[in-house]
Design a protein around this ligand. Structure first.
Ligand code: X2W
Length: 259
């Protein structure tokens, strides 16, 4: 299926213009490709935990998830964040269905860390794509990354990992929507955006400091998406929605990550 899984993290969600949602609705209406949204919500979860005075440390980018933290993560992501994306898509003229990985066991999960040190952090064991395709036949799915196992236990799943698993399952492309135009580098005094990077080039650019800070986890998720079986991974700027259209049309946009 010609589909694109758009991962929208918590920080970009707070900044996306209406025109970005209009672009997604347009993709669906014109049938150019099937958009599927997987979102995160880290900053919103942090704010709510802060209000509740609950500590939630991260280990290697994953939030240590106690039962209390799990409830908050679910409340924030499957509740207000999921519904605000659905509202924005519908305001843009589309039909969208919010679901979490719990509904219809869409994201069947297992513990990420068998030692239990991370608590209820899950990884996706399989995606119920029958259910996903039913939603896709009616509108745009908007997926919150909370998963469930056969015993009914829920898990907090990193949004990038959930998006990569969905892209793999649908044999689709994975687009990480960010607030930068792609991987940038200053060459001979001029700033350029790398249109394509291989995994080896990325490793090299991390080593030499060209790729640094917050860009590292983003790039790693794009690479993980590829290893998880997405057909292609790309980092796109959500603040300039034409980039998404250009990418879909096969024109240069963002930074494509290839094997
Ligand atoms: C993430 C889920 C949200 C997420 C968390 O609790 O923050 C784990 O770390 P962003 O906004 O995409 O970072 N889950 C296990 O991934 O949000």
């Amino acid at each position: 299926m010609n589909c694109i899984v758009l991962k929208m993290g918590g920080s970009i969600l707070e900044k996306l213009p209406d025109s970005f949602y209009e672009m997604i609705v347009d993709l669906k209406k014109t049938g150019v490709c099937e958009p599927v949204i997987v979102h995160g919500g880290g900053p919103g979860i942090n704010r709510m935990l802060h209000q509740l005075k609950v500590e939630s440390p991260f280990v290697d980018g994953l939030r240590v998830t106690t039962k209390e933290v799990l409830d908050v993560a679910e409340m924030v992501m499957s509740g207000s964040i999921n519904k605000s994306i659905v509202s924005n898509l519908q305001k843009a003229g589309g039909v969208a269905y919010g679901t979490s990985g719990v509904d219809g066991s869409l994201l069947q999960a297992t513990p990420f860390d068998p030692t239990g040190a991370l608590g209820y952090v899950g990884e996706v064991a399989s995606v119920n794509d029958d259910w996903l395709k039913v939603i896709m036949s009616h509108g745009i799915p908007v997926i919150s990354p909370i998963g469930i196992d056969q015993s009914g236990q829920r898990y907090n799943i990193n949004g990038d990992m959930a998006a990569a698993a969905v892209a793999q399952s649908l044999k689709g492309k994975l687009a990480l929507i960010s607030d930068i135009p792609g991987v940038m580098e200053t060459i001979s005094g001029k700033q350029v955006i790398h249109p394509v990077l291989t995994k080896e080039q990325i490793d090299e650019k991390i080593k030499t400091g060209v790729i640094y800070g917050g860009m590292i986890p983003k790039i790693k998720s794009a690479m993980d998406g590829l290893s998880a079986g997405a057909t292609e991974s790309v980092i796109l700027n959500g603040l300039t929605p034409a980039d998404l259209k250009n990418y879909i049309e096969g024109k240069e946009a963002g930074t494509k990550i290839i094997a």
